[in-house]
Write a protein that binds this ligand. Sequence first.
Ligand code: AMP
Ligand code: GLY
Length: 424
Amino acid sequence: MQVLVIGSGGREHALAWKAAQSASVEKVYCVPGNPGIAQIAECVPMDIADNDALVAFALENKIDLTIVGPEVPLANGVVDAFRAKGLAIFGPTQAAAQIEGSKSFAKDLMKKYGIPTAAFEVFTDAEAAKAYIVEQGAPIVIKADGLAAGKGVVVAMTLDEALEAVDMMMCDQAFGSAGCQVVVEEFLTGEEASILTFCDGTTIVPMISSQDHKRAYDNDEGPNTGGMGTYAPAPVVTADVLARVQKEILEPTVAAMKAEGIPYTGCLYAGLMITENGPKVIEFNARFGDPETQVVLPLLDSDMAEVMMACVNGNLADLDIKWKDGAAVCVVMAAGGYPQSYRKGDVISGLDKAAELGATVFHAGTAAKDGNIVTNGGRVLGVTAIGTDVQKAVDNAYAAVKSIHFDDVHYRSDIAYRAIARLK
Ligand code: AMP
Ligand code: GLY
């Protein structure tokens, strides 16, 4: 197979890296890719929002399978455009990607089909939203309806914060049209976990569980980020919890999408809160998680390209997907200041040493300049290691992290602390 990966971050590096390992794959292309991906795939500079150009590239280069990383091309209908030309592509259609693109769509679907999630109301009027918030009291959660680059959520611990969030989203239009409609929802307590899945429209198979660390600093302090590190599996997702997730959330969601006439294919990502009353959905994403992918795929023992082709062809139920024993940990090395403003262009050293130590360094925000690899984004690298248990994976990942240097580097030193506490 010839495979094309769309995107340029750490998640796409992990997808391209895993695809390159598939026995069934001869060559991997990536649009536009990054310097890390360029070591294992042919990177092609192209606008990932240009569906016509992507389709033309796939036809010209006889691409057998295209894998979409980010949400934006999905929301832009890239899957529909490929399918219209008979090209195999792993991802949901534009209509199905609404499960991420519109929070009210996802919440209404869950309400209609009895899928466990936080209680909520949708508002287009700021005064009505505020009256509801006052009636419910804090803590309470306010979400901009559309895509807001992961920043459209305010978990308000006080009434004042909640009311300010409504003003910011609806009156000041901090998120443009994404905030014209807000979802106000119940504050859930528990431990979070991510379940990525393979989905063929009818069958849904969970991948190994994982947990992200969204806050910038140790002990889950500081601002929310795209994710500062991950580990897999997540022990909070016991066999019993996973069985409930499958029966109460995953199967009903795929059946609901099918019943609505918009079958879901690709990776459905369920962001969950494991509460005292069982697992509840915080959000769905229409794509692989970043940096969850960087710990989930290293533990996949089956041929990823074959599994994805089964999703495209609707025969996922015929496969028995295998996972490796042990654990994986990814530590994100970020530019100082991230998620606020940060520097670019600092030279990165020690990448070879990290590889010698057995870690896999996924590039997220890097560029090639004058023969060096330099920083070029907030999240720069995702340093991933495996181990026979989570403590060993943590030790291996941090040994590699310590061998890498760039000026003003920032990373969390406590990735996987919850899993390690459980181990003890
Ligand atoms: P989201 O962008 O929907 O993933 O939300 C970002 C983060 O806000 C989540 O990872 C949770 O930590 C938190 N969050 C979102 N919704 C809720 C909720 N209903 N209750 C508690 N925390 C939430
Ligand atoms: N790691 C969170 C996300 O991909 O949305």
